[in-house]
Design a binder for this molecule. Structure first.
Ligand code: FES
Length: 367
């Protein structure tokens, strides 16, 4: 039983500032402070973000929305960003990246968890995370933003790519955005249309919003679209700006369309899976991880993160999907390709995300 009520956790946070300064100068051990703070309430911490589960609700057949109350260390979060959620499973600390579908100014957030085939964390969270339990989160990051000056916005989502876009859409409509907005959501089956009831209610309330779903694994009915993203799905009404989120193949198709002609003036996109690697491209290369003093033979097929781990190194990482930036290291020499965008980096000193970068020849990394 915590000694303090949940309501006292956030007001107490600014009072911890002197202890933070002492811990930053190594005059106190942060872990010791956290130990005693958590005797008062499990959400209290000098710097870490802990959150308590307040509510769970199913928003599609395979997606569960969690409402969480964060402690006072969740700083300036906004919808459309994403956080890592950490959970220990059988003694192993696992993490997974989830988008913020809602954020209020009092530390209350919503995350939506989609069940992944074979996913160790998503199934566990859906089936076993109970009301009142606490989880640890990373700070939020991510660059998707609502283009509030645009005279029309097109939102393109596939699967759980709906989650950051829904967060941005909710906030924009609540703050009075009145230019036309079109949302196209691609799902395999009708039961996977996450937040469908809420989106339909939003359409009733906001005449400027149009939402359509496209089914890729079932026959379309009524005004549903059919199949994967294609330019013919994009409605006539002009959109100045577009935002796209989904797996790599979907985002790549949207980018090809956007580069190809009379399309919105700008496109923000975020892919939550890297491009598949063509095993036929594999060749042997020399890898050097300078600070670890490791030099080894590698290949051009696996990510630098996987190859570093195969050498027994433990680089910091989170999502393993190129989103959270936790695995970013400096390229010291050589060329690497980003699997999401295909962009090649060859400037010494350039930051590369190890989880979505493959070497194109001999490389040296500051790891
Ligand atoms: S582990 Fe998240 S970007 Fe690489």
């Amino acid at each position: 039983m915590p000694l303090l009520p949940l309501a006292a956790v956030r007001p107490l946070n600014p009072l911890l500032m002197p202890w933070r300064r002492l811990a930053a100068r190594a005059w106190l051990r942060e872990a010791d402070c956290d130990y005693w703070l958590q005797r008062l309430h499990p959400l209290l911490s000098l710097n870490r973000v802990y959150a308590r589960l307040l509510a769970r609700r199913w928003v599609s057949d395979d997606m569960l929305a969690l409402t969480l109350q964060c402690n006072g260390n969740a700083c300036d979060w906004r919808p459309g960003q994403h956080v890592q959620l950490f959970r220990e499973v059988d003694g192993v600390r696992l993490s997974r990246c989830y988008s913020l579908t809602a954020v209020d100014g009092r530390g209350r957030i919503e995350l939506a968890i989609k069940r992944q085939a074979g996913g160790r964390l998503s199934g566990l969270l859906q089936d076993h995370l109970g009301i009142g339990e606490c989880v640890e989160l990373s700070q939020a990051s991510g660059s998707l933003r609502w283009p509030s000056q645009a005279q029309g916005v097109l939102l393109l989502a596939a699967g759980s790519g709906i989650t950051p876009l829904l967060g941005l859409l909710r906030q924009a409509l609540a703050s009075g955005y009145s230019a036309p907005v079109t949302l196209l959501h691609y799902v395999r089956e009708r039961g996977q249309r996450a937040f469908a009831e809420e989106l339909q209610a939003l359409m009733q309330r906001h005449a400027n919003l149009q939402v359509r779903w496209s089914l890729t694994g079932q026959a379309a009915q009524g005004d549903e679209l059919s199949g994967r993203f294609c330019p013919a799905h994009v409605p006539e009404r002009a959109a100045e700006q577009a935002l796209a989120c989904g797996p790599h193949g979907f985002v790549a198709a949207v980018q090809r369309w956007w580069q190809g002609g009379e399309t919105p003036a700008s496109l923000q996109s975020e892919a939550f899976s890297p491009a598949p690697v063509d095993a036929g491209e594999q060749t042997c290369v020399r890898l050097a991880f300078r600070r670890s003093g490791v030099a080894c033979q590698g290949d051009t097929a696996q990510s630098l993160l996987e190859q570093a781990e195969a050498q027994g190194l433990r680089p910091m990482h989170g999502c393993r999907q190129g989103i959270c930036t936790r695995c970013t290291c400096q390229l010291l020499s050589g060329r690497v390709r980003d699997l999401r965008s295909g962009l090649v980096s060859d400037e010494p000193g350039q930051a590369v995300r190890l989880c979505v970068s493959v070497p194109l020849g001999d490389v040296e990394i500051d790891l």
